[in-house]
Design a protein around this ligand. Structure first.
Ligand SMILES: Nc1ncnc2c1ncn2[C@@H]1O[C@H](COP(=O)(O)OP(=O)(O)OP(=O)(O)O)[C@@H](O)[C@H]1O
Ligand SMILES: [Mg+2]
Length: 290
């Protein structure tokens, strides 16, 4: 049995005996335009939270190329597809990264959900459901844009972070995505992550533009989750396949991540419990694909 399997099993066992389970929060990271920094944000934010002692699981729902595993410099042996096909257990598909973050590679798993059989469904719910109360955060990294399936995953999550850059095309694509989500479910908790800003002022200005249009034309209140500065270290870290928070801990982007993590961890004490969590997320996810 691998160390990581042992570790997860002990966490699961521990959670069964702990009267106060963790409030597992499912956060989906999405964008209208591609290449705006979702995967880098997800990975480094996960690492930042993990540095503060949080148990974080990343679910990579992107079937593209520039995936989290590549950014981490690892090659997952098994994916969500193996879990759906009942060829593997949760322990076996979890890859362990720095600071004990866990990664589940989606592989072709999300396509396979479309014709999932009832017994596979039960198995999936049981296996992934074990993360409820064990993980503090489940972060779902997605590909760009919105298809019907992605919309369902968004609607099943506790929080939705929409990543965009100050570029006009990224702004209009983010707005289009927000509009589609709000039209389906006006109460979705959407927050903006502005990436690659040249200054904090530019980042805030970008967020304000989107916030104002969303308020005026969609009648929704958007909040800004964070602004990340443009930083050449990010590209360097991608080339080195080492997350920027570890490769360049004092760089601009790393400092932005540290700030938002600190604010998030501080706010945990006062925030409301997540209204969906992992179990609800999974139930909605499998139901929606059938
Ligand atoms: N804060 C930043 N500063 C400088 N460059 C950045 C920053 N964030 C991202 N980048 C650059 O943008 C590229 C794309 O980032 P990333 O792969 O995270 O985007 P993505 O939104 O996940 O893309 P996709 O839509 O293809 O999944 C990175 O390889 C990096 O070169
Ligand atoms: Mg990506």
């Amino acid at each position: 049995m691998s160390d990581q399997a042992e570790h997860l099993r002990s966490l699961v066992a521990k959670s069964r005996h702990e009267p106060h389970e963790k409030d597992t929060r499912v956060i989906i990271i999405t964008s209208g335009k591609g290449g705006v920094g979702k995967s880098n944000f997800t990975l480094n934010y996960a690492l930042g939270l993990a540095k503060h002692g949080k148990q974080v699981v990343i679910l990579d729902a992107d079937v593209g190329f520039a995936n989290i595993d590549v950014l981490m410099g690892i090659k997952p042996q098994k994916t969500l597809a193996d879990l759906i096909q009942k060829r593997a257990t949760l322990d076996e598909i979890l890859e362990t990264g720095p600071h004990d973050i866990k990664l589940i590679a989606g592989g072709s798993g999300f396509q396979e959900l479309i014709d999932i059989q009832p017994e596979q469904c039960d198995y999936l719910l049981e296996q992934l459901g074990a993360l409820q109360g064990v993980a503090d955060y489940v972060l779902i990294d997605t590909g760009a844009g919105l298809n019907a399936q992605m919309l369902q995953l968004i609607l099943a999550s506790d929080d939705v972070y929409v990543v965009l850059t100050p570029e006009p095309t990224a702004i209009t694509d983010a707005y289009a995505l927000i509009k589609m989500v709000v039209n389906r479910e006006p109460n979705t908790r959407l927050q903006l992550v502005i990436n690659r800003a040249q200054s904090m002022a530019e980042g805030k200005e970008t967020a304000e533009k989107v916030r104002l249009v969303a308020e005026r034309f969609l009648g929704v209140e958007l909040s800004t989750f964070c602004v990340l500065l443009d930083d050449p270290n990010v590209t360097k870290s991608v080339r080195r396949q080492k997350p920027f928070l570890l490769a360049y801990p004092h760089g601009l982007a790393s400092r932005c991540i540290e700030d938002v993590v600190q604010a998030q961890v501080k706010g945990e004490r006062t925030r409301k419990r997540s209204n969906k969590g992992m179990k609800q997320f999974l139930h909605r996810m499998v139901r929606l694909f059938q």
